[in-house]
Design a protein around this ligand. Structure first.
Ligand code: HEC
Length: 94
């Protein structure tokens, strides 16, 4: 009797926990592919294309180009956080 009484709430908690876990992971996923760089960098000028074209493989190279390169003026509004997200998104080496 005891077993039956407890098994339902435990099952419900595990199920809810699973749903919440999946939901949170999904939110993180969307946040990662939705940072500000991508508002300007779409399609032909996507970050993937730029990185490939310029042969950027390290996070330092991307950082220098954006902070000190010829196009640094276009990126003064880009936050450090967005830059980090871009580096993760592009899977550049540290
Ligand atoms: C306000 C719009 C805008 C935002 C936001 C933006 N960019 Fe750009 N970015 C541009 C433009 C415009 C260019 C110049 C494209 C060209 O040369 O044809 C550019 C060029 C670049 C280049 C090439 C630089 C060079 O010297 O040739 C890189 C790399 C780049 N962006 C990365 C990023 C990253 C990473 C972010 C986010 C942190 C970002 N951009 C955010 C507009 C933007």
């Amino acid at each position: 009797m005891n077993f039956k009484f407890w098994s339902f709430p435990i099952f419900t908690i595990l199920l809810l926990g699973g749903i919440i876990w999946v939901a949170l992971n999904d939110l993180n996923f969307y946040a990662d592919a939705n940072f500000k760089c991508l508002k300007c960098h779409k399609g032909f000028q996507s970050l993937e294309n730029i990185v490939k074209e310029k042969g950027i493989t390290k996070d330092e190279e991307l950082r220098n180009l954006i902070r000190k390169g010829p196009k640094a003026g276009l990126h003064t509004t880009s936050s450090e956080e967005d830059l980090e997200k871009a580096i993760k998104y592009l899977q550049l080496k540290k």
